[in-house]
Ligand binder design. Structure first.
Ligand code: PHE
Length: 397
């Protein structure tokens, strides 16, 4: 680094002092914290970048919940104030975002992220600062192992992988599977393993294992290898941007078997321009808009009124996470970090849009999972499976 000597005129020096002072005053104001007249809650999300729909949806869900809570008088007599940081779908930016939220904005809790790798990057910062973090949507098993201040309100990938392996074997009757994994994402790697273990344990065979990296656009090489192994079903535990291209290219190569995935598929972008290619695909998810449950339908209505769009799973999870946090602050009776952490841990039978949510001793949520069938670009409800793997509804082929 080069050092330069700069001389200031007196006018500029005075200006600098005034600016520094006003910056100090404003930082005192935003640092408000629990003693201020509002309650600052942090949120880090991928509002832009490769998984932008994840961040935008979760943010919409968070905002809807905050507005509702504040409209009903807030929490402990104060309004919630959401402080949002865009991490641009990048792990390094997730770290910087959480550092800012915790150290400068002095938030009392952090909501986020959606992608597991980014939640795992942010979690140690929250843990070290004793700021409770709730990820609405990160399903990799290791996320909540980062410490006792780290929670999630979604199911975990071992459950998701097992569910899709059993679905392939039992509901679809397929015994030969290929897997195509994004080696850059903890989410994808964890889901791959869970699927593989359950599939082979129950008599299935993995005929080909191929990989790719986030950002890749051409999947012809791994797909050609997969085709050569002649699988009856393919599991692609990736995020929608790449999955959208993978399914398209697989169909171009004449691969017409069922293709399965996990919650990372859930995006309005998934099937755009490839509605036909996505027929005969299924993925596990947290929520289905066709669910007749009144909690679900009333959420969909409120969301549509505000955003003129149909909510996806992240929106529903963001809404649930924010409401669970508000509920915990109320039960804690304060925003003290230990009291708040204990109250979140004590969440029991919370009536979420994504199901009844109870936080277990590993700070994970025990709840049902939904299997979605994609038909002409639309996501249809196919089956609901309970937390112990039991079919709660029959499979609707
Ligand atoms: N479960 C994914 C992860 O952990 C994120 C995700 C959640 C994506 C919900 C879509 C819907 O990385």
């Amino acid at each position: 680094m080069k050092l330069r000597t700069v001389t200031f005129s007196p006018a500029i020096s005075i200006l600098a002092v005034v600016m520094a002072f006003s910056l100090f005053i404003s930082s005192c104001k935003t640092a408000g914290g629990p003693a201020g007249n509002d309650i600052p809650v942090g949120e880090f999300a991928s509002l832009t970048g490769g998984t932008a729909t994840f961040g935008q949806s979760v943010h919409n869900g968070d905002v809807l919940a905050v507005e509702e809570i504040n409209g009903a008088g807030g929490v402990l007599g104060k309004q919630l104030r959401l402080v949002t940081e865009d991490d641009q779908s990048k792990t390094e930016d997730a770290v910087a975002s959480v550092q800012k939220l915790v150290n400068s904005d002095r938030v009392i809790a952090v909501l986020g992220e959606v992608a597991s790798s980014r939640s795992m990057a942010g979690a140690p910062i929250c843990q070290q600062a004793h700021v409770p973090m709730i990820t609405p949507a990160s399903t990799n098993e290791d996320v909540t192992k980062k410490g006792d201040y780290i929670f999630r309100i979604c199911f975990i990938d071992p459950f998701q992988g097992q569910t899709m392996a059993r679905f392939a074997l039992n509901s679809l009757g397929k015994k030969r599977a290929a897997i195509l994994t994004d080696v850059k994402q903890d989410y994808s790697v964890g889901l791959d393993e869970a699927f593989k273990n359950t599939f082979t344990f129950n008599g299935g065979v993995i005929v080909s294992e191929q990989s790719y990296s986030t950002g890749d656009k051409d999947f012809h090489a791994p797909l050609t290898s997969i085709k050569g192994a002649n699988p009856e079903v393919i599991f692609v535990p990736g995020y929608y941007t790449e999955v959208s291209l993978i399914v398209r290219q697989a169909r171009e190569l004449g691969i017409d078997c069922p293709i399965l995935g996990g919650d990372g598929w859930d995006s309005p972008e998934l099937t755009k321009g490839a509605e036909k290619e996505f027929n005969n695909t299924f993925f596990s998810n947290h929520f289905a808009t066709e669910d007749p449950d009144t909690t679900v339908q009333s959420f969909i209505k409120k969301y549509q009124d505000k955003y003129h769009a149909v909510p996806d799973a992240m929106a529903a999870l963001g809404y649930d996470a924010t409401r669970i946090l508000a509920d915990a602050i109320k039960r804690a009776g304060s925003t003290d970090s230990v009291a708040l952490k204990n109250a979140i841990a004590g969440t029991k039978d919370f009536p979420g849009v994504t199901g009844r949510i109870t936080i277990d001793k590993f700070r994970n949520a025990s709840k049902p999972i939904t299997i979605i069938k994609v038909v002409d670009g639309k996501f249809h409800f196919a089956q609901r499976i309970g937390p112990n793997g039991e079919a709660l509804t029959p499979f609707q082929p």
